[in-house]
Design a protein around this ligand. Structure first.
Ligand SMILES: [Zn+2]
Length: 305
């Protein structure tokens, strides 16, 4: 299996959160794993903004380079045990600097964690919607600095409904000048225009892209430009991007020839993994078995390293 859309902070197990709290001197609201699990997972449905509140607790224990190194290595090891062939793990360096670590140190920590694991994997650095231009440009520069050491591209994450993709033109112009691989969360909490802007900015992959399904012209463009959609079914239901799994547009994407990869988004927040996402969406959308190989082949072709 391959997971191309996997957030570090949304994928810590309760045991890892406890270990990180110990490592970094943070006091947790509880040390019982079941109670922590319910604090870390999004149980039910809401909006993307509700879903994003689940990142506060894991982020509180990911504020040092050592903590980030530990978390990346632990996540990679878990995926290696599940026999994943490859993964791209993403995080926003700027969200890990509350206790004085620099974004550069955080990326260094992540690179160390990646190197210490046996999984073949890459790191994606997320720019954030709502962050300053300077912070986002700094993130892009960091991705260029650590390219070749495990960082394979940049992303744009955060509250899409509040901060339109269009606002980040300058950020992705720099990414483009630096020749970085780009994926952008788009068409999750906003419409088709958000996906169009992401394509205009040079994204080679789109995170979620649900809103693209409503536009034949946009689907044609995605196919013509050979852009892959990172599909995260459970997360899409939880944030209200789709009403139910059976109404997920993945079947439409496949029918139209859009390259798709099934991804988990957040293994803990959505209590899933990419393999389980495939099983769930295949049953709910009655996808043929052949779609699995097609999906895996597309993921291999569109990985950034
Ligand atoms: Zn995501």
């Amino acid at each position: 299996m391959i997971d191309l859309h996997l957030h570090l902070d949304g994928s810590l197990t309760p045991r890892e959160v406890i270990e990180l709290a110990r490592l970094t001197g943070v006091t947790l609201p509880t040390y019982r794993e079941e109670e922590l699990f319910s604090l870390l997972t999004f149980d039910g449905r809401g909006t993307l903004n509700d879903y994003l509140t689940k990142f506060d607790l894991p982020l509180s224990v990911l504020q040092t380079a050592e903590g980030v190194e530990y978390a990346v290595r632990a996540l990679c090891e878990r995926l290696a045990e599940k026999k994943y062939e490859y993964a791209e793990i993403r995080f926003a360096p700027m969200l890990h600097t509350r206790r004085g670590a620099s974004a550069d140190d955080i990326v260094k920590g992540a690179v160390k964690g990646l190197r210490a694991s046996r999984l073949e994997a890459g790191l994606l650095l997320c720019c954030m919607r709502g962050a300053s231009n300077a912070e986002n440009l700094g993130t892009v520069e960091l991705a260029a600095k650590y390219r070749g050491e495990g960082v394979v591209g940049v992303d744009l994450a955060g509250a899409e409904a509040l901060y339109p993709t269009e606002n980040y033109r300058e950020v992705f112009a720099l990414a483009s000048r630096l020749g970085l691989n780009v994926t952008i969360h788009a068409g999750e909490a906003a419409g088709a225009d958000s996906v169009r802007a992401a394509l205009d900015f040079g994204a080679r992959r789109i995170g979620h892209g649900v809103a693209a399904a409503g536009s034949e012209e946009l689907l044609k463009r995605i196919v013509a430009e050979n852009v892959l959609i990172e599909v995260c079914p459970t997360s899409n239901v939880q944030t209200g991007a789709v009403p139910s799994l059976s109404e997920h547009p993945i079947a439409r994407f496949l029918e139209r020839g859009v390259p798709v990869a099934i991804c988990s988004d957040n293994m803990t927040v959505s209590d899933t993994d990419a393999r389980l996402e495939w099983t769930k969406v295949q049953a709910a959308c009655r996808l043929p078995d052949t779609a699995y190989e097609k999906m895996l082949a597309a993921a291999r072709l569109h990985r950034f390293s």
